[in-house]
Design a protein around this ligand. Structure first.
Ligand SMILES: [Zn+2]
Ligand SMILES: [Zn+2]
Length: 266
């Protein structure tokens, strides 16, 4: 019994540490990013919408939902470190580490696509709508969601360490990547527009998930456009939108009103 109490105390400490690091770096990165983004209007994906007016609501919602996100991550890490895994983790080497990391990212993208579609289905929709109140997402929007969203999406980090033979350190690295990638992916500013983020290549740009927020029924995946292309849910003008952003960012010009059609009528 005392072993169980001790285990729960260890988990609670890890949970609290994960929360402090995640929420703390979310706030610091959000402030730094916003200061930088003010100087780059040419990268703004929906120039006519001011997503920042929801900032305080999004920070408050994030403070709540990160309780679940961090519990999932800390729970998976705690159990894996105690050896409650189906397989022994593969050895970490200079070649196996990036391979396991890449495999985890691909697995997570598949997980994310399907649980995210669940959130857009029938009775589950009401628990996903909070996240969609951010029509023009910002760096503050990533964790602005419900406990349902947080658990369905982030329980990957609770369950997968128990069934995939990856080192716990791979999941730590993946979660850190997912943390910053999620904030940048919601930032409303394009960084990744280029040939590799449009057909026939599989990567998704920031515009990909931004279109999910502005049009609701398209682009459900996270890192790659593959599942959306296979399932017919990719936005019909996504590839054109990436080309338009590439041109605009390369020119370094703030968008003209006519460019706004890109974000308004699709
Ligand atoms: Zn959604
Ligand atoms: Zn989102």
């Amino acid at each position: 019994m005392s072993g169980l109490v001790e285990s729960f105390a260890d988990f609670s400490l890890l949970w609290a540490l994960t929360y402090a690091l995640t929420f703390g770096s979310y706030l610091i990165f959000g402030v730094l990013f916003t200061a930088w983004a003010n100087h780059h209007p040419e990268r703004k994906i929906q120039p006519r919408r001011d997503g920042l007016k929801r900032r305080n609501k999004e920070i408050a919602a994030s403070a709540r939902s990160l309780i679940v996100t961090c519990a999932c991550f800390a729970g998976g890490l705690h159990l894996a470190l105690r050896g409650y895994t189906l397989f022994d983790p593969l050895a970490l080497t200079w070649w196996s580490a990036p391979l396991m990391f890449g495999a985890s990212v691909v697995l997570f993208d598949t997980w994310f696509y399907w649980v995210h579609r669940l959130g857009h289905t029938g009775a589950f929709k009401k628990w996903h709508l909070l996240h969609h109140q951010s029509v023009a997402p910002t760096v503050w929007s990533n964790y602005s969601d419900t406990f349902f969203d947080a658990f369905t999406q982030q329980s990957y980090f609770l369950f997968m360490p128990l069934i995939a033979p990856f080192s716990p350190f791979v999941f730590v690295a993946h979660r850190v990547f997912d943390h910053f990638n999620g904030m940048i992916g919601h930032s409303g500013f394009e960084f990744a527009a280029g040939p590799s983020s449009r057909a026939p290549w599989p990567l998704a740009s920031v515009t990909f998930h931004d279109l999910h927020h502005s049009t609701f029924n398209y682009n459900f995946a996270n890192h790659f456009s593959v599942w959306d292309r296979v399932m017919g849910t990719v936005h019909p003008r996504y590839d054109d939108a990436v080309v338009a952003m590439e041109t605009r960012v390369a020119g370094g010009d703030a968008p003209e009103p006519r460019d706004v059609a890109l974000s308004r009528d699709i």
